[in-house]
Design a protein around this ligand. Structure first.
Ligand code: ZN
Ligand code: ZN
Length: 159
């Protein structure tokens, strides 16, 4: 009898615990739901930043940032460009005109468009941000000055 009572008590306690967990999940879920939905939309429309490696057979290698943080991408978002003076740069594409962050020159060229990238026959850009896109191969290397710079897939993302 006392054993039955104990087990019944345990069962009730168990149910209560389960109910509490359900309540906790229901309370937490709406905020999680919003977060992950926003995140999914952001990734799909390119409003989340990523970091890629740009490398060349000549030994040149840098990391490039594509896009911006979720909260600030309208004011600050990056895409690889080529500056005649500074080489491979990551200007703020939210600025108009887009200028080199080092020398402030407006003589900058977007990677993924001629003349610093060969785009004929290319599909499936490896770098994408807003209306900017660039492909993995045949990009102008600022070190050896050949069209041998390669952009890699995203190494990591930030938001
Ligand atoms: Zn420059
Ligand atoms: Zn090179």
């Amino acid at each position: 009898m006392s054993l039955a009572e104990t087990s019944a008590h345990k069962t009730r306690t168990g149910s209560a615990a389960v109910i509490w967990q359900v309540v906790a999940v229901l309370v937490v879920l709406p905020s999680l739901g919003r977060g992950s939905a926003a995140c999914g939309v952001a990734a799909g429309s390119g409003t989340i930043g990523s970091v890629h490696r740009a490398s060349c057979a000549c030994g040149f290698q840098v990391e490039v940032t594509v896009g911006g943080a979720k909260r600030t991408h309208l004011e600050r978002a990056s895409f690889p460009f080529y500056c005649e003076q500074c080489g491979l740069i990551g200007p703020n594409t939210a600025e108009d005109p887009i200028v080199c962050p080092s020398c402030r020159s407006a003589k900058v060229r977007q990677y993924g468009a001629p003349p610093v990238s060969i785009i004929a026959g290319k599909t499936g850009p490896v770098l994408e941000w807003a209306s900017f896109e660039a492909f993995a191969t045949e990009n102008f290397c600022p070190a050896c000055k050949h069209m041998t710079l390669v952009f890699g897939r995203a190494r990591r993302f930030f938001s």
